[in-house]
Design a protein. Structure first.
Length: 203
């Protein structure tokens, strides 16, 4: 199977799994991936191609004019774990988690405190205060240069478990350095894993 046909197959299977891609059609998503060098694409394994598909669907762009996030899908979020703006990386993450969870977590009052960080020596604690499901929480992340701490996803899953949720945040990787996040049931995660070589799991 050639790359183009496999991308179409991935999109069809994702659609059957309930993943939408509202603002793009299949050809737009496919063509954006096929712009990569053909020899590079031909050397990729299926899970790497699927990772590119999910990166494309889950890409988020911030619109400064409307103060809103522009998303192709409101069910998948893909982001580079090496972050451009360290001071707001968890606020951005939590804002988008609100979107892909259809605000079921009701995350609000997000405050990031970077006053204890020594960026020059890569030391200190990045503190994130936020309200989730009507309670206030504080997450403390050990600084690791400009890298996102994915353990905050597990922290949120613990909140969901304590609230007897039947849905959790599931993650996978694009096999490079993007983290791809979904919000769904264990049954859905098992169905995804039975469909693709690329696996999702709770962190």
């Amino acid at each position: 199977m050639d790359t183009k046909n496999y991308i179409y197959e991935c999109l069809d299977k994702l659609n059957k799994l309930g993943i939408n891609f509202n603002n793009k059609n299949k050809d737009e998503i496919t063509n954006s991936i096929l712009k990569m060098p053909s020899d590079m694409l031909s050397d990729m394994e299926n899970d790497q191609i699927l990772g590119l598909v999910l990166d494309n669907i889950g890409f988020v762009k911030y619109n400064a004019d409307t103060n809103e996030y522009e998303m192709t899908s409101n069910q998948v979020y893909s982001f580079d774990m090496e972050v451009f703006d360290v001071s707001t990386m968890y606020k951005v993450f939590l804002d988008i988690i609100n979107i892909i969870t259809n605000n079921e977590l009701k995350i609000s009052d997000i405050i990031e405190d970077i006053s204890n960080i020594d960026f020059e020596n890569n030391s200190g604690i990045h503190i994130i205060n936020f309200k989730c499901m009507d309670k206030y929480y504080k997450y403390e992340s050990q600084v690791n240069y400009d890298w996102f701490d994915v353990n905050i996803i597990n922290f949120i899953n613990e909140i969901l478990e304590n609230n007897n949720s039947d849905k959790y945040l599931y993650v996978t990787s694009d096999r490079w350095q993007n983290c791809i996040v979904f919000y769904n049931t264990e049954e859905w995660a098992n169905e995804f894993n039975n469909t693709f070589d690329l696996k999702v799991d709770k962190p």
